[in-house]
Design a protein around this ligand. Structure first.
Ligand code: CAA
Length: 257
């Protein structure tokens, strides 16, 4: 397993786990961390032994946002030339396998945006979500105004973005920002179980399912339904469809690997 300065990497069976690991800065997303995260996501995506990926932080923070100390001196031309908050930050969006965020503690600014780029967010009851960039004289820059609005609706997104207030886990679940909430000490074991279940399914069906749901955010209903149908029909050309349906009829567990 490669070693990095700002993330820790583990595998749990067919699940790849990435822990953001800058405890002294509450996992603030400095350039080096973002680069390392992108490299490891790409590595897990290319690894046939991995079927799902989990990104988590510490008990105290998933990530407290982009690194303010690093950003402070940035000038506009530098930021433009370096494509700051550009391709590197979006590496998670290029992953074909499911990427799950397991959030405990703070998920603020870029931390909340990173979680929202993942396919699902599971939260500990200690989680706190927020887009406090307005306090710094800026606005969210990694998709916060767009993905938060799609997740929780306009009024609550405006409330979060304009007042910088934090949303706790219970509110985040009610508002559909997160899928499920677990007691803090059970978050990672529960998320690893969910990820393991997904990782044992047909990798092609899982990839297509992810693609189809994500398409719902990008297109019209009619085009999305056409896209879904094309993916659905193409699965009938895979051995996984034969195996999955045969296993149901024969009353046994399917083997997709
Ligand atoms: N960048 C750099 N360092 C950070 C950081 C950040 N985003 N967030 C926390 N830290 C550092 C603190 O500076 C502190 O370091 P020192 O001990 O060296 O001073 C350490 O982490 C612990 O933080 P606090 O002492 O502040 O801890 P706290 O418990 O009192 O407060 C907090 C926790 C409420 C999360 C507070 O740290 C905070 O408000 N952090 C900033 C959150 C924020 O504004 N995020 C948005 C960043 S901008 C962005 O993300 C842009 C974008 O859209 C991509």
């Amino acid at each position: 397993m490669p070693t990095y300065d700002n993330i820790l990497v583990e595998t749990h069976g067919r699940v790849g786990l990435i822990r953001l690991n800058r405890p002294a800065a509450l996992n603030a997303l400095c350039d080096a961390l973002v680069r390392e995260l992108g490299a490891q996501l790409q590595a897990f995506d290319a690894d046939k032994a991995i079927g799902a990926i989990v990104i988590t932080g510490s008990d105290r923070a998933f990530a407290a946002g982009a690194d303010i100390k690093e950003m402070h001196g940035r000038t506009n031309p530098d930021a433009m030339m370096e494509d700051f908050i550009g391709a590197n930050w979006e590496s998670v969006l290029k992953v074909k396998k499911p990427v799950i965020a397991a959030v405990a503690g703070f998920a603020l600014g870029g931390g909340c945006e990173l979680a929202m780029m993942c396919d699902m967010i599971f939260a500990a009851d200690t989680a706190k979500f927020g887009q406090p960039e307005i306090n710094l004289g800026v606005i969210p820059g990694a998709g916060g105004t767009q993905r938060l609005t799609r997740a929780v609706g306009k009024s609550k997104a405006m409330d979060m973005v304009l007042t910088a207030r934090m949303m706790d886990a219970a509110e985040a679940e009610r508002a559909n920002l997160v899928s499920r909430v677990f007691p803090a000490d059970q978050l990672l074991p529960e998320v690893l179980k969910i990820a393991a279940k997904i990782a044992d399914l047909s990798p092609v069906a899982v990839q297509f399912a992810k693609q189809a749901v994500n398409r719902a955010f990008e297109t019209t209903l009619a085009e999305g339904v056409r896209h879904e149908r094309a993916l659905f029909l193409s699965l009938f050309g895979t051995p996984h469809q034969k195996e999955g349906m045969a296993a149901f009829i024969e009353k046994r567990k399917p083997n997709f690997q």
